[in-house]
Design a protein around this ligand. Sequence first.
Ligand code: AMP
Ligand code: MG
Length: 329
Amino acid sequence: MKMEKLCLGIESTAHTMGCGIVSFSGKILANERAVYTTQTGGMNPSLVKEHHKKNAETVIDKALEKAGVSIKDISLISYAHGPGISPMLLVGRNNAKDLAKKHNITLIGVNHCVAHLTIGNLTTSIKDPVYLYVSGVNTQVIALENKLFRIFGETLDVGLGNALDKFGREAGLGFPAGPKIEQLAKKGKYVELPYTVKGMDVSFAGLVTKTSQLLKQNTPIEDICFSFQETCFAMLAEVSERAIAYTGKKELLLIGGVAANKRLAEMLDIMCKERGVIFKAVPLDYSGDQGTMIAWQGILEYTNGKSIDPDQADIRPYERTDEVPAIWT
Ligand code: AMP
Ligand code: MG
């Protein structure tokens, strides 16, 4: 039996060193990762870089083993060229480039944020939604318009994941704090917090300041966590609803690391049901950063004519979602 063509994807833009293997028809064969975490304190780029360097080979080998293939069976190597933090981006780029050269495999670099969008499409079968993309760095309301992902609204300051993590750092919850805040919120009651929506944009800076003040004033952490979630998720529901009304799209797709949060999904689902719109959240395994989405994005672009010379393989720390032509749509 002839094997389907396979792509190996490498992710290293931030906290995760990931490797995924996907077939050209969209079957996911492996999704391995090593995630940098701390008990207390945040992410130190030079420590994260060392973490990625140390784990890259193991993660890639594990993915090949999981998929039951060898590097010789891979037709395409895809890496996340950005956006992200340069020292970490270089680890992924170097591993991808070395493998491509050593084994004479075609290479492609892709945008990490766009990959979050398209793995959402692949794993939920939702085709043309309003995307609510909520991760560490990003909080954006996006939809496809004339073959470009247009950003209709976004955070005016920090991404929601970072806002949660910043609070978590002050509260000694370690990194990432989002899952711990979700658990603590289950036992909390509401205290008022700043709710800041401007058109389709949101701002979390006031919330971060106010929650750290409440922490110092010994407000129960459960109450702060509950109120933080209720307030910022309501803001996200409001701007998503506005984008749905504006674009006339019939689906909402929640993606990015914060998509793991059940309360956020529940609130968005209620809003969508009221509007007669379909709501889906990306499955947990594909919500946070991983190499699988990088592999799938590589396939989408390669099968539409793109690839790069390994010696020209670059990193693009600041490349935005709306700068990437959606040539596969
Ligand atoms: P990403 O950058 O897409 O990998 O997303 C990472 C971010 O997702 C971090 O800021 C985490 O704190 C956040 N996160 C992960 N799980 C949850 C959760 N259950 N609730 C809220 N935030 C979460
Ligand atoms: Mg991400």
